[in-house]
Write a protein that binds this ligand. Sequence first.
Ligand SMILES: Cc1cc2nc3c(=O)[nH]c(=O)nc-3n(C[C@H](O)[C@H](O)[C@H](O)COP(=O)(O)O)c2cc1C
Length: 322
Amino acid sequence: MDNSFFFPLKISSLTFENNIWLAPMAGITNLPFRKMCLSFGAGATFSEMVSVEGIIRDNKRTLQYLDKICDSDVIQLFGSNCLSFYKAGKLLVERFNLKILDINFGCPVKKVIKGEAGSFLLKYPDRMGDIVKALKDAGIEVVSAKIRAGFDKENLGETIPVIDKAGADIITLHARLATQFYRGRANHDYIIKARELTDKVLIANGDIKTPEEIKDIILKTKVNGVMLGRIAMEKPYIFKMTKDFVEKGSYEEFKGIDNVRIILSFVKSYCEYYKTDNIVSIRGILLGMIKGIPFARELRDNVAKIREFSEFKLLLERFCYD
Ligand SMILES: Cc1cc2nc3c(=O)[nH]c(=O)nc-3n(C[C@H](O)[C@H](O)[C@H](O)COP(=O)(O)O)c2cc1C
């Protein structure tokens, strides 16, 4: 058993079973997806980003996004105004007794930047600090902040000390600039620099894809854990692979029919949870998930057209069980 890089994290009154976490991904990390990743052994999971303004307005659609599974299943908020964060935080504590929230300081999408939210705030570290403090003041016990290395230039030396001092308990660094979007390789030197700037729980993120890479980055940079994004879409069982690597020294991937079963079981739980047969809004997830199954290429074009679970099931059966 190699526990040098795989261990539980205790943060305030919360205990996370392990330090390998699922990253927040808009359009992907809905509740059934997070449930699947937790069942494969993710130590924590993060929701799609939820608007603080929507929460305050009691917007019905926004409130749907607040369902969560357990304390290790974390809701991510985005917004711009620290008073709105305070009000949303207070409401969530009072209504749901919420103990932990994550703040999106990394989203590079135009619409979000225009609203002065997400990675826009990296240019204004004081505003980031005010937002962290607002959630603390609202009674959120554990405040987590997900940042990038900077907006168009690295400024970790300006952002991290401010959010650390404001009370952030967890800092996750996606090791890219916002202007890079997802281009180029994540620069893990940023993570080494971040470690020098804070003693808080630091989580590394960006282009970490195998149990070996997880081990390397944790041991090399002394971060407390990692967050996995796109690889978890393709292989939600990456969390089990990592656990097997720790416990047995080796791991296997789910291939062929076993992988098809995982995909079908996810879609079934999605349809049950949302009480729908329409799977148009999860086509993106399915295109990611089918990468690892036989005939993925031929399947792609077909998946892009399907609308209902029954069609998808038939399609998989036609390709994979023949
Ligand atoms: C489709 C997609 C949606 C994302 N949505 C969010 C989001 O809502 N909030 C957030 O903080 N990051 C979001 N991200 C960024 C991821 O959390 C993560 O930082 C990034 O993908 C790098 O990690 P990876 O290389 O493991 O994928 C998103 C990424 C993708 C690919």
